[in-house]
Design a protein around this ligand. Structure first.
Ligand code: PMP
Length: 353
């Protein structure tokens, strides 16, 4: 080891899903949207003036912040934008979880949470989900340094209505509670309606799933102006210009095209509901997902075997290691055609098994 290497920060990084290349493969492994972004986004992209790249972007991304505020019926002071919700969530960890007490999040959840906690030296405790993968709200009513959970949860897709989110808030009035709503647009009701009553609530959303813009990296938080200001202070202490100009402009274009947004989200929901029926017919156990993915386990055939068989067929899904989750596959909802091809393959494969 070189002498300086002794002083490197040692971390075990988050492992994102594979991004295999190829035209013919069916990619159902990273919860991307199977449809393109809104037509207005493509128009704005074509009309973009490269000359504008000469200057630094607006550090506050005011245009995008204003568009989001208007869309959600909030004040611009209640919006924080970042480079995907990963950036926003990382900033939230850094800004809010400094009490030295453990932050609470579910044991089965987005696997980035423990990585940020480790990176920033924030203590945490995981709270077990119940046997049906549901969050038990009463388990969060204890001393902690903050609470964080996705709703719907990942990778299970299980959803809690705002009344249950409020139960967690009622039991946690002295810490910041972060609700990660990466998948809320696929049929859930956002906890943003609770913002007026809970100044310690931060609701995080993204353009990566329902707005089909994962490649643009746009995420945002909604919360009381005091929370947003605190996050901005941390952000400006690290990197002022997180949002690049194309992301700001194309994000605004996406927000403007609400009809297309609703239409594609509805199509994904319809495909998901049909997938629940088809998977059950094929012998899978399936959670009642409210996200753009399904969490499935076959009655007879191990998940890892199915994962490999699908991959050999150029169909990519996600398999996680770890207790409980390793029995399952997470399958992103694709187009109707992609899903039909998946069912056809599974039918053939399972009939020979
Ligand atoms: N939260 C959850 C629960 C997720 O599954 C993801 C996607 N990996 C994210 C946040 C981050 O998404 P993005 O950074 O693309 O907004």
């Amino acid at each position: 080891m070189k002498p300086w290497e002794a002083y490197f920060r040692r971390v075990t990084p988050y492992v994102p899903g594979e991004q295999p290349q190829g035209a013919r493969l069916i990619k159902l492994n990273t919860n991307e949207n199977p449809y393109p972004p809104a037509p207005g986004v493509e128009r704005a992209l074509r009309e973009m003036d490269a000359g504008a790249f000469r200057k630094y972007p607006d550090p506050a991304a005011s245009g995008l912040t204003a568009a989001l505020a208007a869309y959600h019926g909030l004040a611009p002071e209640q919006i924080f934008v970042g480079v995907g919700s990963d950036d926003v969530l990382g900033m939230a960890f850094l800004t809010f979880f400094n009490s030295g007490k453990p932050v609470l999040f579910p044991d089965v959840t987005y696997s980035f949470y423990p990585v940020w906690a480790e990176l920033f030296g924030i203590p945490y405790e995981t709270v077990p989900l119940d046997a049906a993968f549901q969050i038990r709200t009463e388990d969060y009513a204890r001393e902690n340094g903050g609470v964080l959970f996705p709703n719907p949860n990942a990778p299970t897709g299980c959803y809690m209505p705002p009344e249950q989110v409020e139960e967690i808030l009622r039991g946690n009035q002295d810490v910041v509670v972060v609700v990660d709503e990466a998948y809320i647009d696929f049929g859930g009701t956002s906890a943003k309606g609770l913002l007026g009553r809970y100044e310690n609530l931060l609701v995080v959303q993204t353009f990566s799933k329902s707005r089909a813009m994962a490649g643009m990296r746009i995420g945002y938080a909604m919360g009381a102006p005091s929370l947003i200001r605190a996050m901005q202070n941390v952000k400006y202490s690290y990197n002022s210009y997180t949002m690049n100009l194309p992301s700001i402009l194309l994000g605004i274009a996406s927000i403007k095209d609400d009809a297309y947004f609703r239409e594609t989200v509805d199509r994904i929901i319809a495909t998901r509901e049909r997938a629940k029926v088809r998977f059950r017919e094929l012998g899978f156990v399936c959670t009642d997902s409210m996200a753009n993915f399904l969490f499935i386990r076959h009655e007879r055939v191990p998940a890892e075997e199915l994962f490999e068989a699908l991959k050999a067929q150029q169909i990519y899904v996600r398999h996680f290691r770890g207790p409980r989750v390793s029995e399952y596959l997470r399958v992103t909802v694709g187009t109707e055609e992609e899903m039909e091809e998946l069912y056809r393959f599974l039918e053939r494969y399972l009939s020979r098994r």
